[in-house]
Design a protein around this ligand. Structure first.
Ligand SMILES: [Zn+2]
Length: 113
């Protein structure tokens, strides 16, 4: 659904290869942050269990919110699309983020009117 990309052995992957096969929407999410939209809210005991979904990459964010105080309790967790996280790459360095940002910006330029 997100366009093809060749498989690269995890130990050989570089940021360039990862960005080249990454759907461009993912570069926007890594650049701007996710674009959260409401997806689901349930009442679970003393909490709201809230799920939000990113309109670009479909990552889901799950939170437990105290129904009385509104405080976040129990932390925030994420469910990513299968190909969002890049195996073989650890945390992105500033240069890695820069490489992703350049792809995101070039795509923005293509869309700018
Ligand atoms: Zn996203």
């Amino acid at each position: 659904m997100h366009g093809g990309g060749r498989a690269v052995p995890a130990q050989e992957i570089t940021i360039k290869a990862a960005v080249a096969q990454m759907p461009v929407e993912y570069t926007h999410c890594r650049d701007y942050g996710h674009g959260w939209q409401p997806h689901d809210v349930r009442e679970v005991g003393r909490h709201y269990e809230r799920t939000q979904r990113c309109h670009r990459c479909s990552t889901q964010r799950h939170q437990y919110i105290n129904r009385k105080t509104g405080r976040l309790e129990g932390g925030t967790s994420y469910t990513y699309p299968d190909d969002y996280l890049i195996k073989g790459l650890g945390w992105f360095s500033a240069d890695d983020r820069g490489a992703v940002r350049l792809v995101s910006i070039k795509d923005d330029m293509g869309k700018a009117s």
